[in-house]
Design a protein around this ligand. Sequence first.
Ligand code: FNR
Length: 375
Amino acid sequence: MSGRPADGGVREPHTLADYAALARAELAPDVWDFIEGGAGRERTLAANEEAFGRVRLRPRVLTGVRRPDTGTRILGRDWAAPVGVAPLAYHTLADPAGEVATARAAGLAGLPLVVSTFAGRTFEDIARAGTAPLWLQVYCFRDREVTRALVERAERAGFEALVLTADAPRLGRRLRDIRNGFRLPEGIAPANLPLPGAGSGPVPGGEAGFASPGGHALAEFDPALDWSVIKWLHSVSSLPVLVKGVLTASDARRALSAGADGIIVSNHGGRQLDGAAATLDALPEIADAVAGARPLLMDGGVRCGGDVLAALALGADAVLLGRPVLHGLAVGQAEGVRRVLDIVVDELKEAMLLTGTATVADAGHRGADGLAGHQ
Ligand code: FNR
């Protein structure tokens, strides 16, 4: 055999890119494509990482900063760093322990985990697994009772916030999955949805793949959600509600006036609207609109600690990591996830030290001109 080995020649992983190379060698090609892929021509998928590539950090020297403090506080809880795990369907695709392993790792790292509506392990098992603050990502179904039951179950299990995914009235057109005829492998199914035949059907380009051909009508997303859904979530739960999938200042303002307790700037990792803005590019206008009123998170393309610092400088209070977490899980189970999170936090600490940034708040105060400029 000639050419590059499947693992990219990586022996010991030191970066998130190393973990991606090792995970690729570990996973079946169609599962890899499901995880990595984006919608359409994958322009938005590429743009997320490219946007970080255009940022140049501006160091401040001789500041006397010796031990940067990465700790932060979001919705009344301490996080060891401004980094959480984004909601990702079926961690069980990467390892049978799935979200249980991820929760254990996140807890050890002192970081939160947003659990997908399509988690492959039960909320109760996930909650028992560790000390991480858990949030529930909510897809709203046509049948509101299904959504209500999901929310109530998560709240009973000790989850602390709801993340309403607003950018998926339907699943994006993910061509890799369509071309692969991707199906969830045997034994992978949503563990918290009361659906007959769950998990056995084709996955028409996404995490709604539990809707098997003979599937249940309940499986359908509500395609006609509007801002009143936030009030509805508040009526069925006492948990704070964050809206995920906001990409413009005007929608951020609408979210806040509709009662959202926080905003997550996201384009679903490029898996929904191809051609949508990179999240880092969308972040500054949204940060201006929110003006510190509520926690502002972002995800999409964060691949190192310097990226986290750039996002903080451009107005985020914290970031969420998506695909790299599944890479860690595929390569090394809970230990792999822990390493991925540790690498990002260590790199963040180093970037803070090298830019003379003492605290997470300091990164934000120095702002775009102070800490992060564009090429
Ligand atoms: C996702 N994402 C996602 N989002 C969501 O709200 N609910 C979900 O169930 C899922 N499932 C999911 C599965 C997989 C395999 C991927 C890669 C992504 C989107 C996710 O929360 C996040 O927005 C992006 O993954 C962040 O981008 P990066 O870090 O992957 O570039």
